[in-house]
Design a protein around this ligand. Sequence first.
Ligand code: ZN
Length: 451
Amino acid sequence: MSIERILLKGGCVLTLDPDIGNYRTADVLIEGSKITSIGPRLKVSDAEVIDASDMIVMPGFIDTHRHIWEGILKNIAPDALLEEYFRDILGSLAPVYRPQDAYAGNLVSALGAIDAGVTTLLDWSHIQNTPEHTDAAISALQESGLRSTFAYGTPNLDMAAWWHNSSLKHPDDVKRVAKRYFSSGDQLLTLALAPRGPEFTTFDVSKHDWQLARDVGIRISVHVGVGMAGKHFKLGEMGKAGLLGPDTTYIHCCTLSDEELQMIADTGGTVSIASPVEMQMGHGLPPIQRCLDRGMRPSLSVDVETTVSGDLFAQMRSVLTLQRAQINEKRLAGETNLPAILTSRDVMEFATIEGARAMGLDHICGTLTPGKEADIIMLRTDRINVLPINDPIGVVVRGMDSSNVDSVFIAAKAKKRRGQLVDVDLARVRRLAYESRDYVVSKAGFTMPAI
Ligand SMILES: [Zn+2]
């Protein structure tokens, strides 16, 4: 059987690959699951031609940290501070989750991510209340067709025992999961470990947990520098013990010391900034410039849909405006020799290739490059919210939102076309989301926000 070929024809192509450049008008050829050629007026026969005129064609967005089991709790705690989120979401609602609630949360959030042009996501899954919860969460990821990393976390049954200087070790069930679901490298789904950071456990537990990831041979994704908890040099102690490495992505990092951030940079670690969450929930100031000063270009993450939106447009704008505000404030105060202000191109890279790097997937996705998988989005430029198009990069970052996401391809498979998700029974997803939401809210005795 011949390989299927798709030609995305006549779009404005932002490859974000510095060796290839961007095109006002070009074609992208996909063969099988991969991009094979990019350029103006490609001569191709036997391909399914998709009209990309009035579209920006670019790599899909990459979210490097989201707790998607919370998908059934979208915007349920819009004004919550971190301590209220711990009390209500993790302390009260999570413990009553059944496996089917983890499934429903994962499914509705994963599909929402695809709808918003996210093609790759790290599911930081701390809802491993039983092995059945784990299996349910993974099965929703598989069903969604998202390229994803399942970052295996802890049970969410007892906040005090698991998160307050915990002496409980990370569950060994990750070994079963690795064997059962991840023995093939040739799939959309990969595995990582989501241990609690050293701020939340004893030193010995952190050491054990990180060793567990390395024994299984998987990457680590960890929360550090979170509010007051990050001010005790706990990560630094791990660094001094030689436990930090390039296999780790550090989330937030807001309240780490300069020395700790430098340790991350020196050991080749990557960073995930969840700017909207960090600013409003009290994690501390997103350390955008502090990372850039050390040569680390951050990836972006939504973190919790209980409190912020699930698209990367908001993420890019948040990081861009915050960093510029901080630099501009210094400029107004008469300071000189200031760092460069971020550009639209910078944050577009944070939302794509830097995300791929942070997930160890930059050889697979993050730019439009022949040989990489065809994880591609097409954004409509003929909608009234953005026309006329003057600066194609600027318009994506400053002007667009999820309503501009016309098409989403993951490994060349169409997941969204003409503004609609493909092969998704939305009525079923809606029913599952409401049934699970109603169950956990009522079982936990949670009081819904007043209006
Ligand atoms: Zn988080």
